[in-house]
Design a protein around this ligand. Structure first.
Ligand code: NDP
Length: 247
């Protein structure tokens, strides 16, 4: 129960990696607030499972790319849970295309959800963390933000931006004992990657030294550790969980 008496907010906690983080944090004793965009059924399922661990769990619909929606959301959560100890910025989308065919809205929607969404949440939780004088922020980036990836100019830009955001927040909030780290997953088996054509998936797995996709649990185990007191001296780091893809 290493997260007992802590409240964790997980954006995109309804599915995939976010769901695994929400459930792992709940089973480690944290109360959880799960943010979803549209899939209330999936979010409610996470809440129902989490309650079996004896923690408080609620879900909230919010588009993280919307500045005003995230302001109202964080105010509500801070009231409902009496503060936030752990913020996980995980919500993300892709709209892969070569730049030649990438539309302006493909670029804007991906950057606004992945990067501005994380900024919005951090911005509106900032005072909460300053007052608490403790806490951890975990941003989910991607190996695409480190290496670049053909067909992902929008996504790789957003994920590289998250790395800059992470290091900046780490420096700004370190004097108040708040850590901020990023996890860079490689190729993880979720709805996001299930929509890829089989041939592309096979090619991607072949490029991974461990020769297999990761599972959401591979990411959530690290997120729980980074949120725990055992990781209190780690900040500003970008930790890859990618089966060796980036070696
Ligand atoms: P999924 O597509 O499985 O889940 C995406 C989650 O984000 C859902 O919970 C969805 O909510 C939520 N979401 C999407 N848009 C918004 C929005 N505008 N506002 C609030 N919530 C939103 O994705 P993954 O679990 O695969 O990915 C999670 C994170 O990990 C993303 O940031 C992704 O970029 C990153 N990542 C994933 C990798 C992978 O291989 N899967 C690799 C590297 C990084 P709803 O259920 O309501 O639609």
């Amino acid at each position: 129960m290493i997260l007992k008496n802590k409240t964790a907010v997980i954006t995109g906690g309804s599915r995939g990696i976010g769901r695994a983080i929400a459930l792992d944090m709940a089973s480690s004793g944290a109360d959880i607030a799960v943010i979803f965009a549209g899939r209330q059924d999936a979010a409610q399922e996470v809440i129902d499972i989490a309650k079996n661990y004896g923690v408080k769990a609620c879900c909230y619909k919010c588009d993280v790319s919307d500045f005003n929606q995230t302001k109202a959301l964080t105010e509500t959560i801070i009231k409902d849970f009496s503060g936030i100890d752990i913020l996980v910025n995980n919500a993300g989308i892709t709209a892969d295309k070569l730049i030649m065919t990438m539309k302006e809205e493909d670029f804007d929607s991906v950057v606004n959800t992945n990067l501005k969404g994380a900024f919005n949440m951090i911005k509106h939780c900032y005072m909460n963390f300053l007052k608490k004088r403790s806490g951890s922020i975990i941003n989910i980036t991607s190996v695409s933000g480190i290496m670049g990836n053909a067909g992902q100019a929008n996504y790789a830009s957003a994920k590289a931006g998250i790395i800059g955001l992470t290091k900046t927040v780490a420096k700004e909030l370190a004097p108040r004992n708040i850590t901020c780290n990023a996890i860079a997953p490689g190729f993880i088996d979720t709805d996001m990657t299930r929509q890829m054509p089989q041939s592309i998936k096979e090619q991607a797995v072949n490029a991974i030294p461990l020769k297999k996709m990761g599972s959401p649990k591979d990411i959530s185990a690290l997120a729980v550790y980074l949120a725990s007191d055992s990781a209190r001296y780690i900040t500003g780091e970008v930790i890859k969980v990618d089966g060796g893809l980036c070696i």
